[in-house]
Design a protein around this ligand. Structure first.
Ligand code: PLP
Length: 423
């Protein structure tokens, strides 16, 4: 209670802005995931990996726009790309451009299973299209998904999600990382078109899939004529060739989003040429894949420049090594407490679990989660100038230094010491 009243005292301008916004926006915002009780912090500005709220506090940005903000705020190379696109090209030409083909070529080179790719505007859309392709090609209707899986605002499963977020009829819910159960589910469920899975459940708590789990899905799906869809919307940045490269996987379809548009809105779905042929307008009964902004020049050009000039395979290796170092340091200082850190490379979540054990699926997480302690930790981080999500998720922005991450570890140590009677 006292941390909460500190929060309210610290943020009078955010409180006032929230009250004003609530007159026009339900809950005062337009992204439920960014809502916090009693009101969200309202940010004024971001530069590089720093943020300032409207009460003039500065933060190290460890949210990194939930992985989409990889390049930081107003990266100079991307800023230049935006300006030159506006000056030389225009935003949306209502026609095919060269920009979409060069970004597509780059994605096909970068991600091993991607032979053809198409673009849309969000990860949610990318997953919806991938599911449509699978249903179109197999002539079947159901999709296997996993408890705790997040594939978009309208594609979230379990984890206290309300029924309005999913169409219940088409889904079969499995348990993440349950190898044998999932194998049986694919083999024994009739009418299954696809398995849709994240290589690491991101919103579900940065819970990595085991290689065995993903390999079993791949092999069983192939045997049963089911399309294996790997959602790499969050995870494609965690290795030079995505987690499919790291785990040596060949999904039939992969979905992309977030940072790949270089900070502009983006979605993409790609994979085997025979599956993507469903979207080829030359095919007699092709799926109509349209979308006004699918090939907007800002997303196409910033995406291309981001991947070719900034987030090169070498940069991906370096950032994720830094993330591994950071996660290991956090794990080290958390030993013997309720704090547990999960993740891969530069994307991770700090949990507080009453049993102090590493969760491998959302059922584990929920059974032992210490929600009040997690919330106290969030208030603590904010008051010390570190912007993380209330659920404890961190995604590291390019250019963040080891010293900056070490300073966060110090703040975590202070928290554990200050609240040693609780943790
Ligand atoms: N898939 C995963 C794994 C995600 O984490 C997200 C967003 O967080 C999405 C899909 C949806 O992407 P978007 O928010 O662009 O619709």
């Amino acid at each position: 209670a006292s941390a909460r009243s500190e929060y309210v005292k610290r943020l009078p301008a955010s409180k006032a802005q929230h009250e004003l916004a609530s007159k026009f926006l339900p809950g005062g915002n337009t992204r439920s995931v960014l809502f916090n009780e009693p009101f969200p912090v309202v940010m004024r500005e971001g530069r590089g990996n720093r943020l300032w709220d409207i009460d003039e506090h500065e933060y190290l940005d460890l949210v990194g726009e939930l992985t989409a903000g990889l390049y930081g705020h107003s990266n100079p190379i991307l800023k230049e790309t935006v300006v030159s696109t506006l000056e030389n090209t225009g935003i949306s030409l209502g026609a095919t451009t060269k920009g979409e083909s060069r970004l597509a070529e780059l994605l096909c080179q970068r991600f091993p299973s991607v032979e053809r790719v198409r673009f849309c505007n969000s990860g949610t859309e990318a997953n919806l299209y991938a599911l449509s392709i699978a249903k179109h090609v197999t002539g079947k209707k159901k999709a296997i998904v996993f408890n705790g899986g997040y594939h978009g605002g309208l594609l979230s499963f379990g984890h206290g999600v309300s029924e309005i977020n999913v169409d219940k009829n088409d889904w079969v819910l499995g348990t993440f990382n349950d190898v044998e159960g999932t194998k049986s589910l694919i083999e024994d469920t009739p009418d299954v078109a696809a398995v849709l899975v994240e290589a690491m459940q991101g919103a579900g708590g940065c819970l990595p899939a085991t290689v065995g789990f993903l390999q079993t899905i791949q092999a069983t799906a192939e045997k049963c004529g089911v399309v294996f869809i790997l959602d790499e919307v969050m995870t494609s940045r965690l290795h030079p060739h995505g987690l499919q490269g790291k785990f040596n996987l060949r999904p039939g379809l992969t979905t992309f989003g977030k940072y790949i548009g270089g900070g502009m809105s983006f979605g993409g779905f790609g994979g085997r040429a025979d599956l993507l042929a469903s979207c080829d307008p030359r095919q007699p009964s092709s799926l109509v894949h349209s979308g006004t902004f699918n090939n907007n020049t800002l997303s196409m050009n910033c995406g291309f420049v981001g991947l070719s000039q900034i987030y090169t395979p070498e940069a991906a290796t370096e950032l994720n090594s830094l993330g591994d170092y950071f996660r290991e340091r956090l794990q080290e200082v958390a030993k013997g407490s309720q704090m547990v850190v999960t993740g891969v490379g530069a994307v991770l979540t700090v949990h507080f679990q009453t049993n102090g054990a590493v969760p491998v699926c959302v059922e584990d997480l929920e059974a032992h989660s210490n929600a009040p302690l997690k919330r106290l930790f969030w208030f603590w981080c904010l008051s010390k100038g570190f912007w993380i999500t209330e659920r404890g998720m961190v995604s590291i922005i390019l250019g963040t230094t080891k010293d900056e991450l070490d300073s966060f570890v110090e703040v975590v140590c202070l928290f554990l010491k200050n609240y040693s009677h609780l943790v």
